[in-house]
Design a protein around this ligand. Structure first.
Ligand code: DMJ
Length: 635
């Protein structure tokens, strides 16, 4: 069919005139303008956004991974819902947008949270009238009330009069120790500020490779010592450096153990003593970086961790068959419980409770804990047992976990006393000269050697004496005193009156080093640590006397023009210095000496437990626990 054009009828075929067409077009364009105007000028509406924006743009930003083992995924606030605000607090829970990019797993796949719910948990922010900073790291910092924590202490942390002793001679000795601290600090500040340790002979700083690019180990390790000694100006300088100089965005390989005991421990105790928010925010930021170390088939962390975004971890090259070290993975409990307490995030406690569970279950040769364990199979790798290096602080943290839990952590208590029974049955020896010592055990064969590191055990057994079976109390006190006596002998039998790194009880030796390579002293604290605990437990004046002998020896042989240095051979008084002022000298050796000459109410043991780097951490009282995370697992 063909359409023909009719006269007077337009091509559109509607039969409209030009003027009519014009009016119609005008009407149409008015209508279109009105519709679009409505879209753009009406109030912002989620519905309209849903229509006009693409689906992907409305998805929440994903943080973390779906892998169960990925620790970073689990850094979230699981218990926010249902929290009722405390009196005086407004609880406006709101969604906070996060600028964090999706993290990428080592395999290179994007990591996602399992569901939107968890995502919401991670971004919940709770605003309160008590203003507190919010972390960029997915945890809120305002769940912990410092005031509430202080009210829960039984005594004032610094005592009635900062622990000033009544008798003038003890006070003079204490002042001497304070002077030593100031001298060590001033020289560090002058020649090595911001580095990890001072090299006092060459007057420069040492960085080393233990802390994965983190700096200022001596500053972090000194914070609490300066504070309790009343070295206010020095403490303020240290605090200022933490604010402006402590950079946690390092990408290096660090020892999980060393970063934990020095940095996490140092920042935690600085926070608990002072209430300064900067310490809390730094320690929570750092704590999160340590979590990927636990991503192993068993959850037993490896020794070395990359602090950068990869979170990769390795076993030490020297540790046989890729094993993890008992004293390393067994020395996290105290700090991690406090990380959970401060962040209200159970993840940290869960990580260390998982280690505990494995160690509790695994078969132990003669009830002993060997030093090497595979993080893959969860089996022992070698049967070497020692209360010194490689094993030491694992035992220390068992009894201290019990004490820090306000004596609630029954598993820790049971494991500690049965380990001690096994140690007594297999390792504790009496020398021909009548000295009690702890030998090392190599698959049933005894090595009659005791390391300086093992000398902490006198103090450990001393503080645990009261909580064992009543009938063994005196026995434990005697054992603690005997071991401390032996360690003191290792000092008195040297020319410098300082003890060697390891001493032996064979081939005619009695508490002396027989190998040249064991003769050095690097300003270690363990012997003095035991004096301090034994003083607190018994008040036998000999411990203060022994401490004073050590002060004099340190002054005579380790003090140099620009700081304190370790020595290469304790048996020669013509000393050769190793040119290193270790950070633990400031954190532990001088702190324990200061406490030894102070009244017991300076950091009373009812309220405080010292981590293995001598950083005081408060007892978490059940009635006062703030995180709702039990120390024996999450609720
Ligand atoms: C410190 O870092 C700690 O005491 C650790 O537990 C063992 N070694 C040093 C001090 O000797």
């Amino acid at each position: 069919m063909v359409f023909r054009k009719l006269p007077g009828v337009s091509a559109s075929g509607m039969g409209l005139r030009l003027s009519q067409k014009f009016v119609f077009l005008l009407f149409l364009s008015g209508l279109v303008t009105l519709c679009f105007g409505a879209l753009f000028f009406l109030p912002d509406s989620v519905r309209l956004k849903r229509i006009f924006l693409s689906k992907t743009e409305t998805q929440p930003v994903t943080v973390g991974s779906g892998s169960e083992n990925d620790a970073r995924e689990q850094v979230k606030r699981p218990k926010d819902q249902g929290m009722t605000p405390a009196k005086g607090e407004t609880s406006s829970i709101k969604l906070k947008s996060t600028s964090r990019k999706p993290s990428v797993s080592r395999e290179g796949t994007e990591e996602r949270l399992p569901g939107g719910k968890a995502q919401e948990d991670m971004t919940l922010s709770k605003s309160r009238t008590e203003s507190a900073p919010s972390s960029e790291h997915g945890v809120d910092l305002d769940t912990f009330s410092y005031n509430k924590f202080r009210r829960c202490l039984l005594k004032a942390p610094l005592g009635r009069d900062n622990g000033t002793p009544n008798d003038p001679m003890t006070n003079e000795r204490r002042e001497k120790v304070k002077e030593m601290m100031k001298f060590a600090w001033d020289n560090y500040k002058r020649y090595a500020w911001g580095k990890n340790e001072l090299r006092p002979l060459t007057r420069n700083g040492h960085i080393g490779n233990m802390f994965g690019g983190l700096r200022g180990a001596s500053i972090i390790d000194s914070l609490d010592t300066l504070y309790i000694m009343g070295l206010t100006e020095e403490y303020n300088d240290a605090k200022e450096w933490v604010k402006t100089g402590l950079d946690l965005n390092s990408n290096g390989e660090a020892s999980l153990f060393e970063v934990n005991i020095r940095y996490v421990g140092g920042l935690l105790s600085a926070y608990y003593l002072t209430g300064e928010e900067i310490f809390k925010s730094k320690v929570l930021e750092l704590g999160e970086k340590l979590l990927p170390a636990f991503n192993t088939p068993t959850g037993i962390p490896r020794g070395v961790i990359n602090l950068g975004s990869s979170g990769t971890s390795w076993s030490w090259g020297w540790a046989s068959a890729g094993s993890s070290i008992l004293a390393e993975f067994g020395t996290l409990h105290l700090e991690f419980v406090h990380l959970s307490e401060l962040s209200a995030n159970p993840i940290y406690t869960e990580k260390v409770m998982n280690i505990r569970k494995l160690l509790n279950k695994i078969e132990k040769p003669h009830g002993l804990y060997p030093n090497f364990l595979s993080p893959v199979s969860g089996n022992w790798v070698q049967h070497h047992v020692s209360i010194g290096g490689l094993g030491d602080s694992f035992y220390e943290y068992l009894i201290k976990s019990y004490l820090m839990s306000d004596k609630a952590d029954e598993d820790a208590k049971r494991m500690y006393y049965s380990a001690l029974d096994a140690i007594e049955a297999n390792l504790v020896q009496k020398s021909q000269g009548g000295l009690t010592y702890m030998a090392e055990w190599r698959g049933g064969i005894l090595d009659h050697k005791m390391g300086h590191l093992a000398c902490f055990s006198g103090g450990m057994i001393g503080i645990g004496a009261d909580d064992g079976p009543q009938e063994k109390r005196q026995h434990y006190l005697d054992l603690a005193a005997e071991i401390t006596h032996t360690c003191h002998e290792s000092y008195t039998r040297s020319g410098t009156k300082l003890g060697p790194e390891a001493f032996r009880f064979d081939s005619g030796a009695e508490a002396t080093a027989t190998r040249l390579s064991d003769r050095y002293y690097i300003l270690r604290p363990e012997v003095i640590e035991s004096y301090m605990y034994m003083w607190r437990v018994t008040h036998d004046p000999k411990y203060r006397e022994w401490g004073w002998e050590a002060v004099q020896a340190l002054e005579q042989h380790c003090r140099v023009e620009s700081g304190f240095s370790g020595i290469r051979d304790v048996y020669t008084t013509n000393v050769s210095h190793d040119n290193m002022q270790q950070s633990f000298f400031l954190s532990e050796t001088l702190k324990y000496l200061y406490l030894l000459f102070s009244e017991d109410d300076l950091l009373p043991l009812e309220d405080w437990v010292f981590n293995t780097e001598a950083h005081p951490l408060p007892v978490v009282r059940r009635s006062c626990q703030q995180s709702h995370v039990t120390q024996t697992g999450s609720q």
